[in-house]
Design a protein around this ligand. Structure first.
Ligand code: PMP
Length: 636
């Protein structure tokens, strides 16, 4: 038996049609060999690159083993790939490699190589015997990888430190730079014996599959072969690699920082603005007065004295919080009264109150359908519908926006499913257009599907008295008529109006209803009072409609064509940055009109989204139209 370490090397290589899928090596004591073999087999079989058709596992006693101390690790925080590459170059310069600009320019050539480029650090001569293959650092392991083993998975971080330690200690190697070819891993490193292992948090764009490494050599040509032999053949065990737990926090935060940098570079960072005033057509932001053209408080009821008085009265009488979920101690008279009022307003048998519209969607969809069922959903449905679909476990089939023929076709594909649910926004939140409810209902009944609509933006807006789409079209009811109290009703909370049977089912099955504290009594009482105001003052709905007509005519006079059957008037812009620039120009001129960007709308479909209120004055609306035209460059 050669050597005396008593350790074994276990190597795994997996491929499919000769394409490399996964590879790894462990150096372990004899008792750990069987466990290691099974871990590596598991890793090969579960690799995201695909299922292998060939797995080679080789076990050998490699003889004498070199033990090395892990390089010290320092994290270099960068926020863009350019910054990361510049940092890499300056660190290696610091370590005595002077021609870094030329070396970085050669980096591209490593992308297609399996191994690393071996480069003379001074003459930039390439020294690897086979340029396509490159030089591969193998035969190494963390000294206690068995203890740190990640159940067959890959601990990228520890593996990178082990590799960098071996490379930095190879005779003649003065430095290394490495960028991973994993498209999700934007962190890279440079390493030398002197500066240690410098993790560079962002060194490439997320999603970029290009990666490679360069080993920098300084020494005599005749010694190159022994450097390569050390890198490829000498078994090395690295001691003192930081345990995963010790760096987990840092890695987690790096992941977040990297994602934020991607968000920044796409112009998609969002911030929170504080408005120092109640909801309404005007707001105070610090000491600036802004005309608000983006509130969902369509009928200006959030600050209505009758509504706020109901809220404070209910707080005083029933407490600030409800103290429990609806099925335990959280149902009080204001909750029950509101449910009755909503059912009578919408013309249904019953209503179920949820804490928010979002929770109403998620809970209702998840209760109604599950694995083995099908949901057919409009492609522009609100995020809360999409999240409900995802959580339900049902098959989700998306139909083309507003296309009832496509809905019919896709429902007909689902005849074998146990239950079918068709779901659509009533008024689409980003486009302001309206569902053709009568056709939707026909298609649902022809295909024996539950029909569900989300009236978040049509309650208080559509129909002569604001009762929504059923009133607007004069048609029948969908099975599930969902809405929110947070828009035209000026309060907060979500609801489902439906038959008594479905309401009972939801109270027993909708998890967001069962497992969340019920709305505070003030919110329920405020919504109840707002409904009463709406019933007594239908002129608000009419006034809102007139405002939409007036505003779109004002836009048209300035060359912007926009139409809307609701209170939402989208003004297409396209490019995210241009939309942002227009929104800030509008704010400069005193108008709050948000730019809506991905992920609320598809990438490249950014827009200004105007939402009108019944209380906007004509003067505000025509000066807003003027400012929008200016911001978009229609006027000079
Ligand atoms: N559905 C739609 C169509 C919406 O626009 C919204 C709110 N943006 C919701 C549901 C969620 O309602 P809530 O704000 O009450 O959670």
């Amino acid at each position: 038996m050669k050597g005396s370490s008593g350790l074994f090397s276990v190597k795994m290589r997996a491929s499919c049609s000769r394409r490399h899928i996964s590879g790894a090596e462990k150096i372990v004591p004899p008792h750990a060999v069987p466990h290691t073999v099974s871990q590596l087999a598991e890793r090969a079989l579960n690799h995201p690159k695909g299922v292998p058709d060939f797995i080679n596992i080789k076990i050998e006693n490699p003889g004498a083993i070199v033990r090395l101390e892990a390089l010290p690790v320092v994290t270099e925080r960068t926020s863009t790939p350019d910054e990361g590459l510049a940092r890499a170059a300056s660190l290696l310069k610091e370590a005595g490699v002077l021609r870094m600009d030329e070396i970085m320019a050669l980096f591209r050539e490593t992308y297609s190589m399996r191994g690393a480029m071996l480069l003379d650090a001074d003459t930039l001569e390439r020294l690897e015997p086979d340029r396509e293959r490159g030089v591969r650092a193998t035969c190494m392991d963390d000294s206690d990888s068995i203890l740190k083993g990640t159940a067959g998975g890959k601990n990228h971080y520890a593996e990178a430190i082990v590799l960098a330690t071996k490379v930095a200690n190879a005779p003649g190697i003065v430095g290394e730079i490495c960028v991973s070819d994993d498209p999700d891993y934007v962190t890279g490193y440079v390493a030398t014996r002197n500066i240690g292992y410098r993790r560079i948090t962002v060194i490439k764009e997320k999603g970029d599959p290009a990666g490679g490494r360069i080993f920098l050599y300084r020494g005599r040509r005749e010694d190159v072969a022994s450097t390569i032999r050390f890198l490829e053949k000498t078994p090395v065990v690295v001691e003192g690699v930081p345990v995963l737990g010790a760096v987990a926090e840092e890695r987690r935060m790096d992941g977040l920082a990297a994602e934020m940098s991607v968000i920044d570079s796409a112009g998609l960072r969002r911030g929170i603005r504080v408005l120092d005033s109640p909801a309404g057509p005007e707001a105070l932001a610090g000491c600036r007065r802004l005309a608000v053209l983006s509130s969902n408080d369509y009928l200006d009821l959030a600050r209505d004295p009758r509504v706020t008085a109901a809220a404070s009265g209910a707080s005083a009488k029933w407490g600030a919080g409800s103290g429990g979920s609806r099925l335990t101690t959280g149902t009080q008279p204001p909750h029950v009264a509101l449910e009755r009022h909503l059912a009578s307003f919408k013309g249904t048998d019953d209503a179920v109150l949820f804490a928010t519209g979002y929770m109403a969607n998620v809970g209702t969809i998840q209760a109604l359908v599950k694995k083995g069922d099908a949901i057919v959903s409009d492609e522009l449905n609100h995020a809360s519908i999409i999240d409900g679909c995802r959580l339900s476990g049902a098959d989700v089939i998306v139909y083309r926006h507003g296309d009832m023929d496509d809905l019919a076709r896709k429902l007909s594909f689902c005849r074998e499913h146990r239950r079918r649910l068709a779901v659509s926004d009533a008024v689409f939140s980003m486009d302001g257009d309206m569902l053709d409810l009568p056709r939707f209902l026909d298609v649902c009944s022809a295909n024996d599907a539950f029909s569900m609509i989300d009236e978040a933006h049509s309650t208080g807006v559509a129909g002569a008295t604001g009762r929504g789409l059923v009133e607007h079209f004069g048609c029948g009811h969908p099975d599930i008529l969902l809405g929110t109290l947070s828009k035209a009703l000026g309060s907060a909370g979500g609801f489902v109006c439906c038959s008594g049977e479905i309401a009972d089912f939801l109270r027993n099955r909708a998890r967001s209803f069962i497992f969340s504290t019920s709305p505070c009594p003030a919110a329920a009482a405020a919504a109840d009072a707002a409904l009463t105001v709406l019933e007594n003052e239908p002129w608000r709905v009419e006034k809102l409609r007139e405002n939409v007509g007036f505003f779109t005519r004002e836009l048209a006079r300035r060359g912007i064509s926009a139409k809307s059957p609701s209170a939402i008037v989208p003004i297409p812009v396209g490019d995210e940055r241009r939309a942002m620039a227009a929104a800030s120009a509008l704010e400069e001129s005193g108008f709050l009109v948000p730019a809506i960007r991905y992920p609320a709308v598809p990438m490249g479909a950014a827009r200004l989204r105007v939402a009108l209120m019944s209380s906007h004055t004509r003067e505000t609306l025509s000066s807003a139209a003027e400012a929008i035209a200016r911001a978009l460059g229609n006027l000079v």
